[in-house]
Design a protein around this ligand. Sequence first.
Ligand code: FES
Length: 101
Amino acid sequence: MPVVTIMPAGKKLNAPSGTPLLEIVLKSEEGIGHKCGGKASCGTCHIFVTEGRKSLTKIDRTENERLDSVVGVGSKSRLACQARLGEEDITLEILGFASGL
Ligand code: FES
């Protein structure tokens, strides 16, 4: 099972491939916004994936459109509720400036 490292706390969790990153972060008990409950409509679960992002599920149109409206988006941005874990270890960063928090 891949290892997910959650920054800035540095917590490490194992999760099966296919698990939404939001579910993993919530399990870690790190604080993350998720106002819409994972429907890609609020943008509060915006994270950076700093390592292993190519192994995640691809960004679909819905996620892409939502990210377009989020403050601070960059090349490492994902919505934690939409990105699912692949087969490789990843490192993600919870952001303090996600819109709507
Ligand atoms: S929880 Fe709302 S966009 Fe991810």
